[in-house]
Write a protein that binds this ligand. Structure first.
Ligand SMILES: [Zn+2]
Length: 345
């Protein structure tokens, strides 16, 4: 059996568990394709998968990585219309494609929804097997490292701002952690929608970079209280939409930054999954709390068009070789990065 280079882990834990290995090249089914990985971006999901999540069992040894750019080198008998040896990206969410949720573009609500590199083996390898329907061909001059920086963060940010929050022109949005991969995507999408963008970052260097991406106001949360700053910037009214992906006390404080009729959308709980706030505050001000999770392939196709015509651009922090996966993940864990960290096999 032909083998490939991969970074794997054999038991849950920290990045110490990661090791280089030669593993069999995945065998594809009728509706699958084999993608030669050219670049794979890191996500916090990788760290959670590595640590292990309650109730979710994954096969070992496991290969992480859900943000993949590469080319299809082999396809199953029923993988029609997929170009061979042409640049493609992989939509990170695998779903049935047949249920009512999938058919209406809400793939991430499918009962069979899985994420590449999470429940399945992913892109920290030379090759990855994915369903043919997850392949999105790409064109243009952007490098494969840049394309790998697109799928998960742009899809998640798009689903939050466009589909869930329905952010409108001239509304004000606060984007938490504008220096994160998802934050840097969200700033751009919000500007594309014509909104006024306030974002928070943790260093003066990141202030400059967030402004360069189009943020109208950037708050260094290490120097200033973000809630007080948001109130000052909005003449004490608050923001229409709040893009939240941190959780814990940040979520609670974020609710207090909302304008009357405002909506807060959340997609993450890194800093704590249980929150509390005064319900009377919520109902008298008629606020909305909205959940969001990943997005659909059709949304990613819309994003790809906007990347190709230059209206959205991937933000790369640093590129590492595959064997440096541990070092790369440690950088992300310590939040030193601005934008996406990329691995190249
Ligand atoms: Zn489905």
């Amino acid at each position: 059996m032909a083998k490939m280079k991969a970074v794997v882990f054999k038991k849950h834990g920290t990045t110490i568990e990661l090791e280089e290995a030669y593993v069999p090249i995945p065998e594809i089914g009728k509706k699958d394709v084999l993608v030669k990985v050219k670049a794979c971006a890191l996500n916090h999901l990788d760290l959670w998968t590595l640590a292990g999540m309650p109730g979710i069992k994954i096969s070992m040894p496991h290969i992480l990585g859900c943000d993949i750019a590469g080319e299809v080198v082999e396809k199953g008998k029923k993988a029609h219309g997929i170009p061979l040896h042409k640049p493609v990206i992989v939509a990170p969410g695998i779903s049935c494609g047949k249920c009512a949720y999938c058919k209406s573009g809400w793939d991430s609500l499918c009962a069979h929804y899985e994420i590449v590199g999470f429940q399945n083996n992913g892109g920290y390898a030379e090759y990855v097997k994915v369903p043919a329907r997850n392949i999105i061909p790409i064109t243009g001059n952007l490098g494969m490292e840049s394309w790998a920086a697109v799928p998960l963060v742009f899809l998640t940010a798009w689903h939050i701002l466009v589909t869930r929050a329905a952010l409108e022109k001239k509304e004000t949005v606060l984007i938490q952690a504008g220096g994160s991969g998802i934050g840097s995507a969200a700033i751009q999408i919000a500007k594309l929608l014509g909104a006024r963008v306030i974002t928070t970052v943790g260093s003066e260097e990141k202030v400059k970079r967030a402004k360069a991406l189009g943020a109208d106001f950037v708050i260094n949360y290490k120097l200033k209280d973000f809630q007080a700053e948001v109130m000052r910037l909005t003449q004490s009214e608050g923001v229409d939409v709040l893009f939240e992906h941190i959780g814990g006390p940040i979520f609670t404080q974020s609710v207090l930054c909302l304008k009357k009729k405002g909506r807060i959308v959340t997609c993450g709980a890194t800093a704590g999954r249980t929150v509390s706030f005064d319900l009377r505050y919520l109902y008298t001000r008629q606020l909305s709390v909205i959940g969001s999770y990943m997005g659909g392939i059709s949304e990613l196709q819309r994003i790809v068009r906007r990347i190709q015509d230059g209206r959205l651009r991937p933000v790369i922090d640093q590129i590492f070789s595959l064997r440096e996966a541990r070092q790369a993940l440690n950088r992300m864990a310590s939040r030193e990065n601005f934008g996406k960290i990329i691995l190249k096999p």
